[in-house]
Design a protein around this ligand. Structure first.
Ligand code: UDX
Length: 449
């Protein structure tokens, strides 16, 4: 099939590449000429395992191309995807200007039956707005071209994006047009594996499904963080509680890891946007507000623990930070907990020596050159002359460090573990003070034992 994709961000680029991999002819459109040039050369601007070789191969084999030129790209596609950004505007609602601008462009150029598929995460009702925008432009042109608008949200995870796209657990298609549904059934058939993954529904339900999925996952995390905070106060260990509840299949082990809070491009934005949508129709989504508030508090936990350890005086101290990305296997630092920690440390007059396997360039881009941030190339280099080590991202490389080496390099031997990677007993045996998230038992043990 011939496919056009607007937007070469995570969603657009991964979707386009996977569709090309399945034998479709895909043209990706982006307004950023520099990015388009890089992509044509096989230089993928984001770090996503497996993506770059797939882009290079499909481009070389003529199934995947990149352009800034919307008109011929629209003429190419039987199916035109909208996968542009929906950043939050000042009040947390999703800003639809890019989505609607693409809808206008589509309306300006289509000249045969076209399926417009919205993949961007958009508030309920956006399919109607896209339909209206396309129809308006057709009217202005004085032509009557048939088209359908479909809501087809994307559920890929950064770091696993290619795998998620090639092997989806479900493909949500929101449409009231049989013709569009049948075309998409064909397009997605190769992704079905053993059974039909397509869940067909109306546009609004599809739009809400995306927000509901992310809000549910964010809720699980904030719930566990709340339990972790209670555990700390009552002298229980949340890691044991986690295992104890996860064994119940109705709860499950996934997404109940307490930590320094969730970040990334989706959860913070989507929880907020869903709350705004609810508010706009007169419903007060109290649970969503609490999910966000707990997460916000959680992002400050590492600083609070460090501050407590150093009796509120971090001025002149140096803190080693392991992990800057909002999660492993990405260089993305959007809403990352590391940012809150570093900013709080700087405000308190402390220095940061940070290591991340992928995100150093991103940190440099965000913060520029500054005296109180040293980015190092090896994990142990971060510890040189540091007073404490804070773990913010659970990269595999941090899972089993040489604690003796950590101890000998740190000026004061203390680890603040924002992802509960270590067994407190082992760290303490090595002669380091240890603070995790919700590990009340070990804290109580140290304070009273
Ligand atoms: C998420 C959804 O998983 C995906 O389906 C959706 O399409 C986009 O949003 P992503 O943002 O890539 O994907 O990251 P994810 O792996 O879900 O992690 C989000 C954040 O939650 C990370 O900061 C992670 O550290 C944190 N997290 C995750 C926890 O704190 N505890 C957990 O148990 C799981």
């Amino acid at each position: 099939m011939k496919v056009t994709i607007f937007g070469t961000g995570y969603v657009g680029l991964v979707t386009g590449t996977c569709l090309a991999e399945m034998g479709n002819h895909v043209v990706c459109v982006d307004v950023d000429a520099g990015k388009v040039e890089r992509l044509k050369k096989g230089d993928v601007p984001i770090y996503e395992p497996g993506l770059e070789p797939m882009v290079i191969r499909n481009h070389a084999e003529g199934r995947l191309d990149f352009t800034t030129d919307a008109a011929p790209a629209i003429a190419h596609g039987d199916v035109v995807f909208i996968a542009v950004g929906t950043p939050p505007d000042e009040d947390g609602s999703a800003d639809l200007q890019y989505v609607l601008a693409v809808a206008n462009t589509i309306g300006d150029h289509i000249d045969r039956y076209t399926i417009v598929v919205n993949k961007s995460t958009v508030p309920v009702g956006t399919a109607d707005r896209v339909r209206a925008a396309v129809a308006e432009r057709l009217k202005q042109r004085g032509v009557d071209v048939p088209f359908d608008v479909v809501s087809n949200p994307e559920f890929l995870k950064e770091g696993d994006a290619v795998e998620d796209c090639m092997r989806p657990d479900r493909i949500v298609v929101g449409s009231s047009s049989e013709r569009a549904i049948e075309r998409l059934r064909k397009l997605y058939a190769p992704f079905n594996r053993n059974h039909d993954r397509m869940v067909v529904m109306d546009e609004r339900s599809a739009e809400l499904t995306k927000y509901a999925a992310n809000a549910m996952l964010a809720t699980k995390i904030s719930f566990m963080n709340e339990i972790a905070n209670i555990a700390e106060h009552v002298g229980a260990d949340v890691e044991l509680v986690r295992r104890g509840i996860g064994a119940d299949p109705r709860i499950g082990y996934h997404f109940i890891y307490p930590g320094a809070g969730y970040g990334g491009s989706c959860f913070p934005k989507d929880v907020q946007a869903l709350a705004r949508t609810a508010h706009s129709v007169g419903y007060d989504a109290r649970l969503l507000g609490a999910v966000e508030a707990v997460n916000d508090g959680q992002k400050s936990r590492l600083f609070a623990l460090l501050s407590k350890h150093f009796d509120g005086n971090l001025k002149g101290r140096t803190v080693a930070v392991w992990g800057l990305a909002f999660k492993p296997n990405t260089d993305d630092m959007r809403e990352a907990s590391s940012r809150r920690l570093m900013e709080q440390l700087w405000d308190a007059g402390a220095q940061v020596r940070a290591f991340d396997p992928e995100a150093s360039d991103e940190a440099r881009r965000i913060y520029g050159e500054r005296d109180d941030l040293v980015l190092v190339a090896h994990p142990y280099d971060a510890l040189e002359g540091a007073d404490a080590l804070a773990i913010v991202t659970e990269w595999k490389a941090f899972r089993s460090p040489d604690f003796q080496r950590v101890k000998s390099l740190l000026r004061t031997p203390v680890i603040v573990d924002g992802r509960n990677l270590y067994d407190p007993a082992i760290v303490e045996e090595a002669g380091l003070a240890y603070y995790g998230i919700g590990r009340g038992r070990s804290l109580a043990g140290r304070e009273h034992g």
